[in-house]
Each structure stands twice: as C-alpha cells, then as structure tokens.
Design a binder for this molecule. Structure first.
Ligand code: BES
Ligand code: MN
Ligand code: ZN
Length: 481
C-alpha cells in the first residue's frame, strides 16, 4: 500500500476526491465557517457523533465533500490510543470493495505519535493474508493519504511510521505462513532476499558449518527433524566499521511440537508462530533498508523445527553448547533457550555494543503479562530503560521483569553444568536466567514475546510485534535523539 502525507485543513480536505474520507475529530473540535466543519459541529451538537473515542457517523455522497463516502470519527483527546481506536472503527465501518483510495484527515493539528498511530491502524485494518489461499483476496486499499494541517511538525514521524509498517508487514507475513511454507531453508531465502537492498548482506549457514562452530545445543533441537537447520547471519552496515553493532537474535523455531516432551494437540497449530522472533528480525531489517540510518546492526537467526523422529533428542540427554557449558535437556519443549544460547555465544565475535534476543519463549510469560506487553529482561538498567521508552514511543509496549540470582536455583543439574528447565513457578524468569549464562561478554536484553507476537481465536494471526519497538530502539542511537 502506498502512503502519502499532505498539508490539508478541512477546507482543503473537502475538495479532495477519494473513495472514503475519514475525518478525525477531537472532543474540543472548533468549527470553522466551511460546510464540512459546520456539518461536524451540528453532528456533535445533536449527539449523533458521540463523545467517546471510536464513535463514528457515516454518510454516502455527502454534499459537503468531494469524496464518495464520509466517516466522521471521534478521537477524544487526540492521543495515540484514541486515534488508533477511531481509525480502526472508521475503517471497519467503511470497509468496502470500492474503497481503494482513502483520505484520512486530522481536523486539528496532529501530534507526531497520533500520526504514527494512524499509519499503523490503517495498515492493520487493511492487511490481508494471501500466501496459501487458492483465491487470494489481496488488500483492497491501494492508497492512503494522511491530511494534516501541520505537515512539517509530523513529516519525520510519518516517514518513520510508514517504513516501520513495511517491516511489521514482512514480519507478519513470515510469522503467519504455516510451517510447511516457512521452513528453515525458506527463512534463509527470505533473509537472502533482504540482502538485495543496499547496505544489507546475508550469510546462511547449514548443518555442516554449524557443527564446525560447535553449536551442540542448537543441533540437539534440530536433529529430531528431517528439515535441515539454518543459521542466518544478516548485516546492516549504515555506519563506519569501527562503530560497534547492535545484535538482534531471533528465535526461529519454524514449528514447535515440543519434541519427545510433546505438547497437547489443542492449538498446537499455533506453534507455527514460534519463529515470530526471527520474523521480527527480518522485519526490522526491512525497515532499516528503507530508513538507512547511520548505525550498524547484526541479525542472527537460529532456525529449525522441534520435531520427533528416531534421532530426536531425549529427556536426560546432555549436550555441549558452543560456549563449552554442558546442558541437561530435562524437557525437550524448552527448546527456544537451547537454540538461542548458541546464537548468543556466536554474537560475541561482533564485539557488540548491545545484544537483544527476541523469542516466543514461555507460556509463563503469557500468563504473567497477557497480550498487552512483551516481557523484557536485562541486567543493565540503562539498556532496560531505553527499550521500555522505545516501546512507549512505538506503542509496542514491554514490561521489565526481574533477574534475581535466586531464580536460577531450579536450573541446577546433577549431570551437567545447567539444566534447561527450572520449576513451573516464575517460568519466564528461569528461562531468562538460563539465557543470561551465555551473555557475560556484552550488554544484553531479552524480549519474551510469547503473548504479544500473535493473536489466537477468530482473528488468529501474527501482530508483527516487536518490530516497532526494535526500530525505535535502534534509531534512538542516532545523534539527534
Ligand atoms: N514456544 C514455546 C512457548 C510458548 C507456549 C509460546 C505457548 C506461546 C504460547 C516454548 O518453546 C515452550 O514450549 N516453552 C515451555 C517451557 C517449559 C517446558 C519449561 C512452556 O512455556 O511451556
Ligand atoms: Mn517448546
Ligand atoms: Zn518454542
């Protein structure tokens, strides 16, 4: 979809041709003398446009505007949340195969975060998954123009939001694809396709190379599947070589059956989303390719299936990780940490300024935080604060969780240096404590996106999170921020 930003007040908006004009009206709307303003003012006065965010009033062939359809939508205080609610409501109501060109206008000066929220909401409301449909129904909306009275104040934010949406949609696309259409090999190809962009390069390692590196923990997970593993290394080089990179590590389990510690059948299909961390790394690189910021970023994706053939790893097996630490695999369903630990050790070679891993790691995190906030863990207070702030700015929220040493108690093993599970209690934290053992050489944070990466139920589908948070965090390194 094509986004455009235009300087428009309501007088200008009324003259523009569009299939649908959505006017975002704040509670304190001050009407001018033009017809469109007067229409809105009288709708407010009569009570037909109610005061709560998301309340809408729709008209067909309005006399007051050149657009074919008009929806007036209430945004309450015009903050990001109200704008999001209003845009989603207006586009749900205005959904029609005839709406190819949308004009979305702010009736008063727009805040940068509200412009971002509007762009995100338009993209979200019109996204359509098509990859595995025999009669694909692609997105109908071809062009969305945002009209604001104060263009120069929001132009930067607009550009950033549009580029971020492209990354979010790439992440959604790959996360949504079923496991037989998103194998480790296909993920490798998707990463290689990104290397077509300037400043991005990609290297994809297979089983032989990974064995040579000594990634015994990653290999233990992959050995139960007939699909060969891939270890993806992406580079975005936007700054001088001397500038230390940020490394993003994305969990790329293309399907998680649990292995021998097999999962129950109900909703097991959702374990195709277990590569959402990997998808968020691909999406973030897509956005970097569009914004071209002066930073260096490395993306690492350990990709494999967690399956159950005759060679599958068994509970009690002890494996040697790339770090040299031995691991007793007490539960083969705690596989995410097993692939991530070797990728974290691999990250050392880049002498990173910081490393963030992103993983659908634990059901316990879903219990703790639900779908609203991702779990965030870091032993570095400044790092944790900047990730939290990036999440707020992007409206892609996270919440810091603890890492007290006492939480590592349960990971003790009689037969190896560490076990891959602790008890049930505090499961998201013990998983993070396991990962922390492999991060001594750099500043590290871990995002558990088990609750935020996809939606279940009737609207089952990937959210593209936390691409927004990651992009915002990476850009916060730029000098002017
Ligand atoms: N991919 C799952 C985590 C998960 C479960 C994400 C449900 C989203 C929804 C992960 O590999 C896993 O199976 N974790 C186990 C860990 C346990 C065995 C210690 C879990 O959370 O049950
Ligand atoms: Mn698992
Ligand atoms: Zn998993």
């Amino acid at each position: 979809m094509n986004f455009e930003l235009q300087a428009l007040d309501l007088i200008g908006a009324a003259d523009e041709k569009a299939d649908l004009l959505v006017v975002l009206v704040p509670q304190d709307f001050k009407a001018g003398k033009d017809e469109l303003s007067l229409l809105i003012a009288s709708a407010i006065k009569s009570g037909d446009l109610e005061a709560a965010a998301g309340k809408c009033l729709a008209l067909f062939r309005p006399l007051q505007a050149a657009a074919t359809r008009l929806i007036v939508a209430q945004v309450a205080d015009a903050g990001a949340r109200g704008v999001r609610t209003a845009v989603l409501a207006a586009l749900a109501q205005g959904k029609s195969p005839n709406v190819k060109k949308l004009l979305l206008c702010f009736a008063a000066d727009a805040k940068p975060e509200s412009v971002r929220a509007a762009v995100n909401a338009v993209a979200e409301a019109t996204y359509s998954y098509t990859a595995t449909k025999s009669k694909p129904a692609p997105r109908v909306l071809a062009k969305a123009t945002l009209g604001v009275p104060n263009l120069s104040a929001v132009a930067n934010e607009f550009e950033r939001a549009v580029a971020t949406v492209a990354g979010v949609e790439l992440a959604k696309e790959w996360a949504n694809r079923p496991a037989n259409h998103a194998t480790p090999q296909l993920l490798g190809k998707a990463a290689q396709a990104l290397a077509g962009h300037a400043k991005i390069s990609c290297e994809v390692l297979g089983p032989k190379e990974v064995a040579k590196l000594g990634m015994g923990s990653f290999m233990a997970v992959a050995q139960g599947s007939d699909q060969p593993l891939r270890f993806i290394v992406l580079h975005y080089k936007g700054a001088a070589k001397s500038k230390a990179p940020t490394v993003l590590v994305g969990k790329g389990i293309t399907f998680d059956s649990g292995g021998i510690s097999i999962k129950p059948a109900g909703e097991m299909d959702e374990m195709k989303f277990d590569m959402s961390g990997a998808a968020s790394v691909l999406g973030t690189f897509k956005t970097l390719s569009l914004l071209k910021p002066a930073i260096n970023v490395v993306g690492l994706i350990p990709a494999c299936e967690n399956l159950i053939n005759g060679k599958a790893v068994k509970p009690g097996d002890v494996v040697t990780s790339m770090s040299g630490q031995t691991i007793e695999i007490l539960n083969t369903d705690a596989e995410g940490r097993l692939v991530l630990c070797d990728a974290l050790t691999y990250a050392e070679r880049f002498k990173p300024r910081a490393v963030v891993d992103i993983a659908t790691l634990t059901g316990a995190c879903v219990v703790a935080l639900g779908a609203v906030r991702s779990g965030m863990f870091s032993s570095d207070d400044a790092f944790a604060a900047s990730l939290a702030a990036a999440g707020e700015r992007a409206q892609d929220l996270c919440w810091r969780m603890p890492l007290d040493e006492d939480y590592a108690e349960g990971l003790k093993s009689n037969f190896a240096d560490v076990a891959n599970i602790g008890g049930r209690a505090g499961g998201a934290i013990t998983a993070a404590k396991f990962l922390q053992r492999f991060t001594e050489k750099f500043a590290w944070a871990h995002l558990d996106i088990a609750g935020s990466a996809w939606k279940s139920g009737a609207h089952k589908g990937a959210t593209g999170r936390p691409v927004g948070l990651l992009v915002e965090y990476l850009l916060s390194q730029l000098p002017d921020k």
